[in-house]
Design a protein around this ligand. Structure first.
Ligand code: SAM
Length: 211
Protein backbone atom coordinates (compact mmCIF):
# COMPACT_ATOMS: atom_id res chain seq x y z
CA UNK A 1 0.00 0.00 0.00
CA UNK A 2 2.95 2.35 0.63
CA UNK A 3 4.80 3.41 -2.45
CA UNK A 4 7.63 0.93 -2.81
CA UNK A 5 11.16 2.35 -3.06
CA UNK A 6 11.65 0.25 -6.18
CA UNK A 7 8.96 2.24 -7.92
CA UNK A 8 11.05 5.37 -7.53
CA UNK A 9 9.77 8.92 -8.05
CA UNK A 10 6.05 9.26 -8.05
CA UNK A 11 4.37 5.90 -7.94
CA UNK A 12 1.10 7.80 -8.22
CA UNK A 13 1.94 9.11 -11.67
CA UNK A 14 3.12 5.73 -12.80
CA UNK A 15 0.02 3.94 -11.56
CA UNK A 16 -2.41 6.53 -12.80
CA UNK A 17 -0.68 6.67 -16.16
CA UNK A 18 -0.28 2.91 -16.32
CA UNK A 19 0.06 2.09 -19.98
CA UNK A 20 2.77 -0.55 -20.29
CA UNK A 21 2.56 -3.97 -18.75
CA UNK A 22 6.24 -3.85 -17.78
CA UNK A 23 5.51 -0.81 -15.55
CA UNK A 24 2.70 -2.64 -13.84
CA UNK A 25 3.45 -3.55 -10.20
CA UNK A 26 1.45 -6.74 -10.71
CA UNK A 27 3.82 -7.69 -13.55
CA UNK A 28 7.04 -6.58 -11.86
CA UNK A 29 6.25 -8.15 -8.47
CA UNK A 30 6.31 -4.81 -6.63
CA UNK A 31 2.75 -5.63 -5.49
CA UNK A 32 4.22 -7.97 -2.84
CA UNK A 33 4.86 -4.78 -0.88
CA UNK A 34 1.16 -4.27 -0.12
CA UNK A 35 -0.61 -7.46 -1.16
CA UNK A 36 -2.28 -9.47 1.60
CA UNK A 37 -3.39 -12.97 0.65
CA UNK A 38 -5.97 -13.25 3.42
CA UNK A 39 -8.96 -11.04 4.26
CA UNK A 40 -7.68 -7.87 5.99
CA UNK A 41 -8.65 -7.69 9.69
CA UNK A 42 -9.98 -4.14 9.44
CA UNK A 43 -12.35 -5.39 6.72
CA UNK A 44 -13.54 -8.55 8.46
CA UNK A 45 -14.22 -6.52 11.64
CA UNK A 46 -16.71 -4.33 9.72
CA UNK A 47 -18.73 -7.50 9.11
CA UNK A 48 -18.28 -9.06 12.55
CA UNK A 49 -19.29 -5.85 14.33
CA UNK A 50 -22.27 -5.36 12.00
CA UNK A 51 -21.19 -2.10 10.34
CA UNK A 52 -21.39 -3.80 6.94
CA UNK A 53 -24.37 -6.11 6.59
CA UNK A 54 -25.21 -8.17 3.51
CA UNK A 55 -26.93 -8.21 1.11
CA UNK A 56 -25.92 -5.31 -1.11
CA UNK A 57 -23.70 -4.26 -3.94
CA UNK A 58 -20.05 -3.47 -3.21
CA UNK A 59 -17.44 -1.61 -5.24
CA UNK A 60 -13.77 -2.33 -4.41
CA UNK A 61 -11.83 0.72 -5.65
CA UNK A 62 -8.30 -0.12 -6.82
CA UNK A 63 -9.10 -3.78 -6.16
CA UNK A 64 -5.74 -5.28 -7.18
CA UNK A 65 -6.06 -9.06 -6.99
CA UNK A 66 -9.61 -8.85 -5.69
CA UNK A 67 -9.24 -10.34 -2.20
CA UNK A 68 -11.55 -7.78 -0.58
CA UNK A 69 -14.23 -8.10 -3.27
CA UNK A 70 -14.08 -11.89 -2.92
CA UNK A 71 -14.28 -11.65 0.88
CA UNK A 72 -17.46 -9.61 0.72
CA UNK A 73 -18.95 -11.89 -1.94
CA UNK A 74 -18.38 -14.78 0.43
CA UNK A 75 -20.12 -12.77 3.17
CA UNK A 76 -23.25 -12.41 1.01
CA UNK A 77 -22.67 -9.21 -1.00
CA UNK A 78 -22.42 -8.88 -4.78
CA UNK A 79 -19.06 -7.31 -5.55
CA UNK A 80 -17.43 -5.43 -8.39
CA UNK A 81 -13.71 -4.63 -8.44
CA UNK A 82 -12.30 -1.72 -10.42
CA UNK A 83 -8.64 -1.11 -11.19
CA UNK A 84 -6.33 0.39 -13.82
CA UNK A 85 -4.09 -2.67 -13.92
CA UNK A 86 -5.06 -5.16 -16.62
CA UNK A 87 -2.50 -7.60 -15.20
CA UNK A 88 -4.10 -7.50 -11.74
CA UNK A 89 -7.60 -7.80 -13.18
CA UNK A 90 -6.71 -10.83 -15.30
CA UNK A 91 -5.34 -12.60 -12.22
CA UNK A 92 -8.27 -11.47 -10.08
CA UNK A 93 -10.84 -12.75 -12.60
CA UNK A 94 -9.09 -16.11 -12.88
CA UNK A 95 -8.97 -16.55 -9.10
CA UNK A 96 -12.37 -15.07 -8.24
CA UNK A 97 -14.81 -15.80 -11.09
CA UNK A 98 -17.71 -14.97 -8.76
CA UNK A 99 -16.67 -11.27 -8.75
CA UNK A 100 -17.08 -8.81 -11.66
CA UNK A 101 -13.92 -6.90 -12.51
CA UNK A 102 -13.84 -3.71 -14.56
CA UNK A 103 -10.80 -1.87 -15.92
CA UNK A 104 -11.41 1.80 -15.22
CA UNK A 105 -10.03 4.91 -13.55
CA UNK A 106 -11.51 5.84 -10.19
CA UNK A 107 -11.49 9.47 -11.32
CA UNK A 108 -14.18 8.63 -13.88
CA UNK A 109 -16.14 5.59 -12.81
CA UNK A 110 -18.31 3.82 -15.42
CA UNK A 111 -21.21 3.26 -13.00
CA UNK A 112 -24.59 4.89 -12.50
CA UNK A 113 -25.39 7.24 -9.63
CA UNK A 114 -26.15 5.37 -6.42
CA UNK A 115 -25.21 1.99 -7.95
CA UNK A 116 -23.50 0.67 -4.80
CA UNK A 117 -24.38 0.14 -1.14
CA UNK A 118 -20.76 -0.20 0.03
CA UNK A 119 -17.38 1.07 -1.16
CA UNK A 120 -13.95 -0.28 -0.20
CA UNK A 121 -10.54 1.23 -0.80
CA UNK A 122 -7.41 -0.43 0.55
CA UNK A 123 -4.49 1.52 -0.82
CA UNK A 124 -5.75 3.38 -3.90
CA UNK A 125 -6.60 6.87 -2.60
CA UNK A 126 -3.08 7.72 -1.43
CA UNK A 127 -1.67 7.00 -4.90
CA UNK A 128 -3.61 9.85 -6.45
CA UNK A 129 -2.05 13.24 -7.02
CA UNK A 130 -3.46 15.75 -4.48
CA UNK A 131 -5.19 17.58 -7.36
CA UNK A 132 -7.18 14.41 -8.15
CA UNK A 133 -8.44 13.80 -4.62
CA UNK A 134 -11.58 15.90 -4.87
CA UNK A 135 -12.51 14.17 -8.14
CA UNK A 136 -12.08 10.85 -6.33
CA UNK A 137 -14.36 12.01 -3.51
CA UNK A 138 -16.97 13.27 -5.97
CA UNK A 139 -16.97 10.05 -8.00
CA UNK A 140 -17.09 7.77 -4.98
CA UNK A 141 -19.92 9.87 -3.47
CA UNK A 142 -21.83 9.74 -6.76
CA UNK A 143 -21.77 5.95 -7.21
CA UNK A 144 -22.68 5.24 -3.58
CA UNK A 145 -26.34 5.35 -2.60
CA UNK A 146 -27.41 7.88 0.04
CA UNK A 147 -26.72 6.28 3.42
CA UNK A 148 -24.13 3.92 1.86
CA UNK A 149 -20.91 3.08 3.71
CA UNK A 150 -17.27 3.35 2.73
CA UNK A 151 -14.23 1.69 4.34
CA UNK A 152 -11.13 3.70 3.34
CA UNK A 153 -7.52 2.75 4.09
CA UNK A 154 -4.91 5.33 3.03
CA UNK A 155 -1.22 4.84 3.78
CA UNK A 156 0.66 7.54 5.64
CA UNK A 157 4.06 6.85 4.13
CA UNK A 158 5.44 6.80 0.62
CA UNK A 159 8.79 5.07 0.02
CA UNK A 160 9.44 5.33 3.74
CA UNK A 161 8.72 9.06 3.86
CA UNK A 162 5.63 10.50 5.47
CA UNK A 163 3.16 11.84 2.91
CA UNK A 164 0.65 14.64 3.48
CA UNK A 165 -2.28 12.34 4.25
CA UNK A 166 -3.78 12.68 7.69
CA UNK A 167 -6.96 13.62 9.48
CA UNK A 168 -6.95 17.11 7.96
CA UNK A 169 -6.79 15.66 4.45
CA UNK A 170 -9.62 13.28 5.25
CA UNK A 171 -11.85 16.00 6.70
CA UNK A 172 -11.22 18.37 3.85
CA UNK A 173 -11.43 15.92 0.90
CA UNK A 174 -14.44 14.12 2.37
CA UNK A 175 -16.16 17.22 3.75
CA UNK A 176 -19.54 16.13 2.31
CA UNK A 177 -19.36 12.76 4.07
CA UNK A 178 -20.09 11.69 7.63
CA UNK A 179 -16.88 10.45 9.24
CA UNK A 180 -18.06 7.64 11.50
CA UNK A 181 -14.57 6.77 12.74
CA UNK A 182 -10.99 7.41 11.69
CA UNK A 183 -7.75 6.34 13.28
CA UNK A 184 -4.16 5.54 12.44
CA UNK A 185 -3.25 1.88 12.65
CA UNK A 186 -0.93 -0.72 11.17
CA UNK A 187 -2.54 -2.70 8.40
CA UNK A 188 -0.75 -5.91 7.47
CA UNK A 189 0.47 -7.02 4.06
CA UNK A 190 2.05 -10.43 3.42
CA UNK A 191 5.51 -8.87 3.91
CA UNK A 192 5.18 -5.99 6.43
CA UNK A 193 2.92 -3.71 8.46
CA UNK A 194 1.84 -0.51 6.74
CA UNK A 195 0.85 2.55 8.77
CA UNK A 196 -2.49 3.77 7.48
CA UNK A 197 -5.44 5.99 8.18
CA UNK A 198 -8.41 3.65 8.53
CA UNK A 199 -11.72 5.46 8.14
CA UNK A 200 -15.34 4.48 8.13
CA UNK A 201 -17.27 7.02 6.08
CA UNK A 202 -20.94 7.32 5.25
CA UNK A 203 -22.73 9.21 2.53
CA UNK A 204 -25.39 11.25 4.36
CA UNK A 205 -28.83 9.70 3.89
CA UNK A 206 -30.29 12.96 2.68
CA UNK A 207 -29.27 16.54 2.19
CA UNK A 208 -30.93 18.97 4.60
CA UNK A 209 -33.10 21.45 2.74
CA UNK A 210 -31.75 24.98 2.65
CA UNK A 211 -33.43 27.19 5.28
C1 SAM B 1 -1.62 -0.42 -3.29
S1 SAM B 1 -2.53 -1.21 -4.50
C2 SAM B 1 -3.83 -1.97 -3.53
C3 SAM B 1 -4.56 -3.06 -4.25
C4 SAM B 1 -5.62 -3.79 -3.44
N1 SAM B 1 -6.67 -2.90 -3.00
C5 SAM B 1 -5.00 -4.47 -2.26
O1 SAM B 1 -5.40 -4.17 -1.13
O2 SAM B 1 -4.13 -5.31 -2.44
C6 SAM B 1 -3.36 0.18 -5.26
C7 SAM B 1 -4.21 -0.22 -6.43
O3 SAM B 1 -4.88 0.94 -6.95
C8 SAM B 1 -4.85 0.88 -8.36
N2 SAM B 1 -4.99 2.25 -8.86
C9 SAM B 1 -4.13 3.28 -8.72
N3 SAM B 1 -4.63 4.40 -9.28
C10 SAM B 1 -5.85 4.07 -9.77
C11 SAM B 1 -6.87 4.79 -10.45
N4 SAM B 1 -6.72 6.09 -10.76
N5 SAM B 1 -8.00 4.14 -10.81
C12 SAM B 1 -8.15 2.81 -10.53
N6 SAM B 1 -7.23 2.08 -9.88
C13 SAM B 1 -6.09 2.70 -9.50
C14 SAM B 1 -3.51 0.23 -8.70
O4 SAM B 1 -3.49 -0.33 -9.99
C15 SAM B 1 -3.41 -0.81 -7.59
O5 SAM B 1 -3.99 -2.04 -7.95
Amino acid sequence: MDKHPLLGGSAARRLVGLSRVDDDPYATGVCTYWHLSTPPPELTSTISDGWLRPPGRVLDIGCGLGIEAATLTQAGFRAVGVDLSSVALARASATHPEVSFVEADVRSLPFADGDFDVLLDRGCFHYLEPADRSRYATESFRVLRPGGRFLLRACLRAAGVRNDIGMDTLLSVFADWDVISAREEDVPSDTRDLRALVARLQRPASISPAP
